[in-house]
Write a new protein. Structure first.
Ligand code: S3P
Length: 417
């Protein structure tokens, strides 16, 4: 499926909402399946990734729909298909290890993604896995085992690994402590604590022990990673003024707001309190300038880097993304796919082992290039947004449905695409 985007005929103006946060949606479903009682969910993202998690908990024996999940003891099953979803696979590895046996599998992209980062700490807790000889990639069989708490000093900054270990720790004997090298999104800690898990912070560590979860009413805010596309659209199409309502503003996710502000975009925020902070974000573009994005900022905007690179394409000067080697093991090698897309549009960009450098062309002229998404939803959407300035035929866009099924209709609404 090719998405043809023409340069926006006018500034983008108006108000919009984006679908529910993907990370929080996965957790609402999965933790609901572990809880006593029925968890009610409002605003769940009904994208393919979350639907894979929903199908998995049903297969494991729970009654579940996009608006409710009733927890039940999990039963051993055959294959659970995680589709394209790293979050489904990694969180399930940890959740299953002390509770039920299953074989996790996924699509060609997910079968390439590294799982050793999850298998190693879980194996240290006593978990039993079988993968193809020599590999730590899907398909992987998990066998139910009695686990013991350990201390994990993580080397990779990953909320998925953290969540897998905490979910295993919730079903393990003794205390499990997880220490992160850099803070990553904390949706798991917030939701587990709200559902009554015995979890506390201790210095740099998160400590969890065995205990039940209680069902909860959960409202999922809009996904800032989806809102990011409209923030950048407003930033690059001159004269735009977009107001995005009900978007998640968890501080572990708001790096994009800091970076766009630094690049010269005018952002006004009306925050509202909640177990997960959210609010209204108004974005008005201006002259963009290049910047450097690295260190502790990276986990706060890891999924927004492709679309931030599109913003950088129209900035004065150079933008560098560093300390972001994780980009290479996402749904595609996002260093390679982002650089290839920018170059196809005539933008000067280079890959680095841990990131990329984009040399902006503020007055770039429309080229109408053909861009390959490599089956990666965020690459497809990032370059559709670039098309609002330069025109683009984005190929292989069915993947957008993994995280943002209504993206194309919102694009058409604001830019007549
Ligand atoms: C996610 C964490 C991030 C992110 C992914 C969703 C999560 O991955 O890229 O899209 O829901 O925990 P890592 O934790 O592996 O960096």
């Amino acid at each position: 499926m090719t998405l043809t985007v023409r340069p926006a005929p006018h500034p983008l103006r108006g108000r919009l909402r984006v679908p529910g946060d993907k990370s929080i949606s996965h957790r609402a479903v999965l933790f609901g399946a572990l809880a006593r009682g029925t968890t009610r969910i409002t605003g769940l993202l009904e994208g393919e990734d979350v639907l894979a998690t929903l199908a998995a908990v049903r297969a494991l024996g729970c009654d579940a729909s996009p608006t409710h999940v009733t927890g039940a003891p999990w039963r051993d099953v055959g294959v659970l298909d995680c589709g394209n979803s790293g979050t489904t696979a990694r969180l399930l590895l940890g959740a299953l290890a002390p509770r039920a046996g299953a074989t996790l599998d996924g699509d060609a992209s997910l079968r390439r993604r590294p799982m050793r980062r999850v298998l190693d700490p879980l194996t240290g807790m006593g978990a039993a896995f079988a993968a193809a000889p020599g590999g730590a990639t899907l398909p992987i069989r998990v066998e139910k085992r009695r686990l013991s708490g350990v201390t994990v000093n993580a080397t990779v900054a990953s909320a998925q690994v953290k969540s897998a270990v905490l979910l295993a720790g919730l079903g393990a004997e003794g205390e499990t402590t997880y220490v992160e090298p850099v803070a990553t999104r904390d949706h798991t800690e917030r939701l587990l604590a709200a559902m009554g898990a015995p979890l506390r912070r201790e210095g740099q560590g998160i400590v969890i022990s065995e205990g039940p979860l209680e069902a909860l009413a959960i409202t999922v805010p809009g996904d800032i990673s989806s809102a990011a596309f409209w923030m950048v659209a407003a930033a690059i199409v001159p004269g735009s003024d977009l107001v995005i309502e009900g978007v998640g503003l968890n501080p572990t996710r708001t790096g994009i707001l800091d970076v766009l502000t630094r690049m010269g975009v005018v952002i006004d925020i009306e925050p509202e309190a909640g177990p997960e902070p959210f609010g209204t974000v108004r974005v008005r573009g201006g002259g963009l300038r290049g910047t450097r994005i690295d260190g502790a900022l990276i986990p706060r905007l890891i999924d927004e880097i492709p679309v931030l690179a599109v913003a950088a394409a129209f900035a004065e000067g150079e933008t560098t993304f560093a300390d972001a080697a994780e980009l290479r093991v996402k749904e595609s090698d996002r260093v390679a796919t982002t650089v290839a897309g920018l170059r196809a549009l005539g933008i000067d960009a280079d890959g680095r082992p841990d990131g990329l450098v984009v040399r902006g062309t503020p007055n770039a002229t429309p080229t109408g290039a053909s861009i390959e998404s490599a089956g990666d939803h965020r690459i497809a959407m990032a370059f559709a947004i670039a098309g609002l300035r330069l025109g683009a035929d984005v190929r292989d866009t069915a993947c957008i449905a993994t995280s943002y099924p209504s993206f194309s209709s919102t694009l058409a609404r604001f830019a007549g695409a």
